[in-house]
Ligand binder design. Structure first.
Ligand SMILES: O=C(CO)[C@@H](O)[C@H](O)[C@H](O)[C@H](O)COP(=O)(O)O
Ligand SMILES: [Zn+2]
Length: 198
């Protein structure tokens, strides 16, 4: 294997992360504020996505319910990509497009947040989940890539769009993970202050 090809992955990822930090600091800060206010009001966060983004949704929920870098009380977050019985039943009996939206309808309350993750912004089940969330007076934080797709167009000014403008799904996912960790850190800072950020 040509190591140059491997190095090129690292280079492209690092370059995009630096560029994205500048472009996305503001919407990430907005996402932290929105989520902190929701959690402070006793609301919760639902997260969904497909493939690698399903992993990201789980990862995020684990860091809220367990912990990120500081010891703290558990924060309420649920990954909608993890319950295989719900996903297979709804996918089998209704449609794959409804595997997340039915869970949003079942679990979502006004004031809750949906973290909707889609590198294309065009996955039907993530779009349906965002539509269901908005119908339930939830707010949406969307992590997207490319041109933001239909998901980006669905959002209002009250929602937050964190869009990684890049063509490669893998690179977009890598930036999404930095955004997710920045949100987790931001929630810890909002709760406890900045001193232990190392
Ligand atoms: O992780 C990868 C590619 O890096 C894949 O599993 C990828 O997540 C899947 O193709 C997803 O179905 C893509 O969906 P989306 O991000 O466009 O909503
Ligand atoms: Zn991937």
């Amino acid at each position: 294997m040509n190591t140059q090809r491997i190095l090129a992955h690292f280079q492209e990822s690092a370059d995009l992360k630096l560029k994205s930090g500048v472009a996305l600091a503001q919407p990430i800060a907005q996402a932290i504020e929105l989520m902190f206010n929701a959690l402070s009001n006793g609301n919760k966060i639902l997260a969904c996505g497909n493939g690698g983004s399903a992993g990201d949704a789980q990862h995020f929920a684990a860091e809220l319910v367990g912990r990120f870098e500081r010891e703290r009380f558990p924060l309420p977050a649920i990954s909608l990509s993890t319950d295989t019985s719900i996903i297979t039943a709804v996918g089998n009996d209704y449609s794959f497009n409804e595997i997340f939206s039915k869970q949003v309808q079942a679990l979502g309350q006004p004031g809750d947040i949906l973290l909707a993750i889609s590198t294309s912004g065009n996955s039907g089940n993530v779009l349906a989940a965002a539509e269901a969330a908005l119908e339930r007076e939830m707010r949406v934080v969307a992590l997207t890539g490319k041109d933001g797709g239909k998901l980006g167009q669905l959002l209002s000014d009250a929602d937050v769009h964190i869009n990684v403008q890049h063509a490669r799904t893998a690179r977009i996912q890598e930036v999404h993970l930095v955004a997710i960790h920045s949100i987790c850190d931001g929630l810890d800072v909002a709760l406890f202050g900045e001193e232990d950020a190392s």
